[in-house]
Design a protein around this ligand. Structure first.
Ligand code: 6R9
Length: 571
């Protein structure tokens, strides 16, 4: 497919500002918005919620919540009071600054109140996906030595209390006739406390949130972010999300994933925007219905969701009024050009890819409204962020050479620790002065970055380096292919051969003829050496809850090896 550059659109942040601040952006200017500029102390939850009560925004809706049984809205003043209450609940239990408090529950208003209340008392919040099973919950609560958890009756049995000596308090949201000993009711406790709270003012380098993420080896690691990260959450809300006062913002990510906190909680509320949270499971119809119901203007989602919607057909899109949309963004995995062109066609919107990681805490390389989009590219670094490509010796590579995507250390939302594992932390910084992402990419002559794969995923077949994303991207352009995962399979002659796992769209059946046709399609569309020599059809591909195809699991299947830690895999 020929890359067709998509021209810029109107936004808040213009190209001139980008160019002016590209080499140097003074983050301390942003700090002036916040309390530590005056007092030297900070609290992210205060800045995200209570601060707006001082500027007359108390009655503005902060959160619209909707699921199969509930349809509610909360103003900034409501969230301020509720999170104060929850802070008091924690204080009563003796929770202090720095303690780890987890939330293990579906997306509901109570989840957001718990997160904000935890932060208000200076404790560190640890979000868990509701779909985690016992082993995954145990690993994370043990490693973090969490003292409290907020959960629901349905999820309670998955918390192995006997194995968790540090866990002193279990707070249950929802009705349950007789609570086990030591388990307390969220609703009862909330009734019994004041809605005024002495906020715990902390230092900007104090712990805010602990996100567990899987590496290629070992148990999941706890990535710690500090309150200072809010500078970047706030500012990227302006530059990248283009948030304005009257926006209705929908980030579809669950807070179990960093996108669901940095951009599902912090960025929108720090900017005083109205956020939509859609709970429960939802069908393609529900996606469009949500946009229509709330007149969503800014929509942040992931390639896997866009591909799912694309698979559901264009006709479905026509049934809804999506004309409120003015800005669409994507994160989490490569955004196939095919999807970008589809977005242009059906939403009349550019889909703006953004690149970042749990460890980076916030967006780093993005497509902005003020710039042309080169479909398939992740875009350009934020102002003040220096991104580059390094070879394995740590030398910067010229344009169009593939290597290690690295960021010069020192952006506001960079992780500050791998929990209790300084050696793991250091591994990211093996070239002095640089954060090494573990992604391979190249930068083109215009400064756009192009993702190629995880370092360990890059395929070398007969001496040709092939990024699996390129092949996957081509595969999903084929009308029969819904999703594709590509790995390098060891081969005595070629080093590796390319093997593709493919889930077909509805209405297509696996056959040798189809396999041949798909292979030919890649051969002709991309390159002969990039065509998968082997194709295997599967009903479903293994994916993380954030939608990334788990090539590591595909590889383990292929080699008959154990799949390792699959706690982040969706059901
Ligand atoms: C925010 C988030 C990080 C890894 C990252 C990369 C992949 C994220 C991407 C992307 C291509 C993009 N990734 N955004 N790959 N294009 N726009 O996703 O965090 O779950 O920690 O994943 O995801 O491989 O290294 P996390």
């Amino acid at each position: 497919m020929k890359v067709e550059i998509i021209p810029p659109t109107e936004g808040n942040f213009n190209l001139e500002d980008y160019q002016k601040t590209y080499d140097h952006f003074d983050w301390s200017e942003v700090e002036k918005e916040f309390s530590w500029y005056k007092t030297g102390k900070i609290n992210t939850a205060y800045e995200a919620i209570d601060r707006h009560l001082q500027t007359g925004k108390g009655d503005k809706v902060a959160l619209y919540y909707f699921d199969q049984t509930r349809d509610e809205s909360y103003t900034f003043a409501d969230l301020s009071k509720l999170s104060n209450k929850f802070g008091n609940v924690l204080r009563k239990l003796g929770i202090q600054k720095g303690d780890r408090v987890f939330v293990f529950m579906p997306r509901t208003p109570e989840l957001y109140v718990s997160v904000l209340g935890t932060i208000k008392v200076g404790a560190i919040i640890g979000p868990l996906f509701e779909a985690f099973m016992e082993g995954a919950v145990r690993d994370r609560l043990q490693d973090s030595e969490a003292v409290a958890i907020v959960t629901t009756p349905a999820l309670l049995p998955r918390i192995p209390l006997a194995d968790l000596p540090h866990l002193k308090h279990v707070i249950v949201v929802g009705e349950q006739a007789d609570l086990p000993a030591g388990v307390i009711s969220y609703h009862e406790e909330m009734k019994a406390v004041s809605d005024e709270l002495e906020i715990e003012w902390v230092d900007r380098e104090d712990g805010l949130i602990l996100h567990y993420t899987s590496g290629s080896t070992g148990k999941p690691k706890g990535v710690l972010h500090v309150h200072n990260a809010m500078i970047q959450h706030y500012q990227t809300g302006k530059w990248v999300l283009d948030l304005q006062d009257d926006d209705i913002f929908w980030c579809t990510a669950d807070p179990g994933w960093v996108t669901g906190t940095s951009y599902g909680i912090f960025a929108p509320w720090l900017n005083g925007a109205t956020s939509v949270i859609r709970g429960g499971r939802f069908t393609p119809d529900d996606w469009y219905r949500t946009i229509e119901k709330y007149k969503v203007t800014v929509w942040y989602s992931a390639p896997t969701s866009f591909r799912m919607l694309m698979g559901a057909g264009d006709e479905l899109v026509q049934r809804y009024d999506l004309s409120s949309l003015r800005h669409v963004l994507s994160v989490g995995e490569p955004l196939n050009p095919e999807v970008v062109y589809w977005g242009q066609k059906v939403f009349k919107q550019r889909i703006h890819d953004t690149w970042w990681m749990t460890e980076t805490g916030g967006q780093l390389i993005c497509n902005y409204k003020c710039m042309p989009i080169k479909p398939g590219s992740m875009g350009k670094p934020l102002p003040g962020i220096y991104a580059t490509i390094l070879d394995d010796q740590g030398n910067e590579l010229p344009p169009n050479r593939m290597g290690n995507l690295a960021i010069r250390v020192g952006w506001p939302s960079m992780m500050r620790q791998i929990w209790k594992n300084p050696a793991k932390y250091q591994e990211y910084f093996y070239v002095p002065g640089w954060y090494i992402s573990g992604d391979s990419a190249y930068k083109d002559e215009d400064g756009y970055f192009w993702f190629q794969g995880r370092i360990d995923d890059v395929i070398n077949t007969s001496g040709e380096r092939v990024g699996p994303f390129e092949v996957e991207s081509k595969l999903v352009e084929h009308p029969a292919v819904a999703e594709a995962g590509v790995i390098g399979k060891p081969d005595p002659v070629r080093g590796e051969i390319i093997k593709a796992f493919i889930a077909l769209r509805d209405g297509y059946e696996p056959s040798d003829a189809l396999m041949e046709e798909i292979r030919k399609f890649v051969k002709e569309g991309l390159a002969a050496h990039a065509a998968p020599r082997e194709i295997e059809f599967r009903d479903k591909l293994p994916k993380t809850r954030s939608g990334k195809i788990m090539r590591r699991v595909l590889k383990a299947w292929e080699l008959g090896l154990p799949t390792g830690d699959t706690s982040t895999m969706e059901d």
